[in-house]
Design a protein around this ligand. Structure first.
Ligand code: NI
Length: 149
C-alpha cells in the first residue's frame, strides 16, 4: 500500500484519454488499493487513475456509507436520467469549487477488482461522483463544465 502523488490542474496527464484495462490482475489490484488509500488520505469521495498519473480506465469511490470504498474498472455509463445542479470540487483542483449540472440518476457497468461484471446505480452525490470520475478518464475536468454565476 502506498499513497501516490495527486496530479493537479496544468499537468497534461489530466487531459489525456485513459486506456481500457485488458486484464484484471494483481498489479491492477495493487493500483486500486493505492488509489483508495490516496483518496482516503485526501478526504475525497472519488479518484480516477489519471489523477495519480496512470492512464488506465479505473475509478474508485467512497460515499462513506455501509457500502465502503469500491472500484470500477472500464466503467461505462449505460443509463442517465434527470438533472441536478450542485457544487463540485476535485482533488486535482484544490481550493476551487463550482456549480455543475449532472444527471440525477445513473447506471454504470464495469468490472470489479475480481474481474467480475458489476452494475452500479447511483443517485444524487453518487451519480455526480460517477460522472465526475468517468470524465477524468476522458481528459475532462469539472471546471470545463462549471455554470457561470
Ligand atoms: Ni476530480
Amino acid at each position: 500500500m502506498a499513497i501516490r502523488n495527486i496530479r493537479t490542474d496544468g499537468d497534461e496527464v489530466l487531459r489525456k484519454v485513459s486506456k481500457e484495462v485488458p486484464e484484471v490482475n494483481d498489479k491492477i489490484r495493487q493500483l486500486i488499493s493505492d488509489m483508495i488509500e490516496t483518496m482516503h488520505d485526501a478526504d475525497g469521495v472519488g479518484l480516477a487513475a489519471p489523477q495519480i498519473g496512470i492512464l488506465k480506465r479505473i475509478i474508485v469511490l467512497d460515499m462513506y456509507d455501509d457500502e465502503g470504498p469500491f472500484a470500477i474498472i472500464n466503467p461505462e455509463m449505460v443509463y442517465q436520467d434527470g438533472e441536478q445542479i450542485e457544487e463540485e470540487g476535485c482533488l486535482s483542483i484544490p481550493g476551487y469549487n463550482g456549480m455543475v449540472e449532472r444527471p440525477m440518476n445513473v447506471a454504470v457497468k464495469g468490472l470489479n477488482e475480481n474481474g467480475e461484471e458489476i452494475m452500479v446505480e447511483g443517485t444524487e452525490l453518487l451519480a455526480r461522483a460517477l460522472c465526475h470520475e468517468i470524465d477524468h478518464l476522458n481528459g475532462v475536468l469539472f471546471k470545463d463544465k462549471v455554470i457561470n454565476e
